[in-house]
Write a protein that binds this ligand. Structure first.
Ligand code: PBG
Ligand code: ZN
Length: 279
């Protein structure tokens, strides 16, 4: 993915410090374990890569707001976001077993110092379960940013390649949302808020800008939007071909997301934007 790199643990503190010094409010961590397995054990290991990164960041630059993506796909050998069962030609993602592992993962992130956890799996009931586990274990202050309206999208391709997590069979349509269904998006967001989400997120960004606007208007909750890998890579590719100018395109897109109601934008341009905006 152009301009995006997997970082070794030894570089994470510098990267976080530079982001902070550039004026960015927060970083969002994703992990790639040494080994993937059928239980995603790297996701909730006390010495997992994200847990180690959190402890390093919190020790060396405690002012950085550290958020973590909570999902199993990067840690599962099959690349799905949950525990799967195969029945002949079909496979199922087992919702409740998955939620148990997500809760363990979120709790291990909180214990390692995460300020906020961001579940991106789309299982039912996970926000409530994570909230309860955090509260019961002394982490009432740890926030939850929920990927509340996450659509099944072609625009996640470059991320999955970068995170080495494309599904080995089937697709994610049984747990991610149908792009034609706006009502379901609003319902999912409402449920996550009822279950205790502090911030709700819409993802991808531009193709779902109507959803962003409606969610912000209806719920009046802090609302985030994730400008995803494919959206970003398209502009990069177009810029390389001389079709658009990258900086102007990025600023126009970010402005449109703000205009549509985004309080928080997750973007691979963050570091460059901080420079462009302050220049
Ligand atoms: C993990 C996760 C994904 C993204 C963020 N968290 C991949 C997916 O759902 O396939 C995608 C981010 C991007 O494309 O930039 N579930
Ligand atoms: Zn996932």
């Amino acid at each position: 993915m152009p301009g995006v790199f997997q970082l070794p643990l030894g570089e994470i503190v510098d990267e976080a410090r530079q982001a902070h010094d550039a004026g960015l409010q927060a970083v969002l961590l994703f992990g790639i374990p040494e080994k993937k397995d059928e239980h995603a054990s790297g996701a909730y290991a006390e010495n997992g890569v994200v847990q180690k990164a959190l402890r390093a960041i919190k020790e060396k630059c405690p002012d950085v707001v550290a958020m973590t993506d909570v999902c199993l796909c990067e840690y599962m050998s099959h690349g799905h976001c949950g525990v799967t069962r195969i029945d002949g030609d079909h496979f199922h993602v087992l919702n409740d077993q998955t939620v148990d592992l997500l809760v363990k993962t979120a709790l291990s992130h909180a214990q390692a110092g995460a300020d906020m956890v961001a579940p991106s799996d789309m299982m039912d009931g996970r926000i409530g379960a994570i909230r309860e586990a955090l509260d019961m274990n002394g982490f009432a202050e740890t926030g939850i940013m929920s990927y509340a309206a996450k659509f099944a999208s072609v625009f996640y391709g470059p991320f999955r390649e970068a995170a080495e997590s494309p599904p080995q069979f089937g697709d994610r349509r049984s747990y991610q949302m149908d792009s034609a269904n706006a009502d379901e998006a609003l319902r999912e967001v409402g449920l996550d808020i009822d279950e205790g989400a502090d911030i709700v997120m819409i993802k991808p960004a531009l193709p779902y800008i109507d959803i962003l606007w409606r969610v912000r208007e209806r719920f009046r909750k802090p609302t985030a939007v994730y400008h995803v890998s494919g959206e970003y890579a398209m502009i990069k590719a177009a810029a390389e071909k001389g079709i658009v100018e990258e900086r102007a395109a990025a600023l126009e897109i970010m402005t449109s997301l703000k205009r549509a109601g985004a309080d928080i934008i997750v973007t691979y341009w963050a570091r460059e934007l901080a420079k462009w905006i302050s220049a």
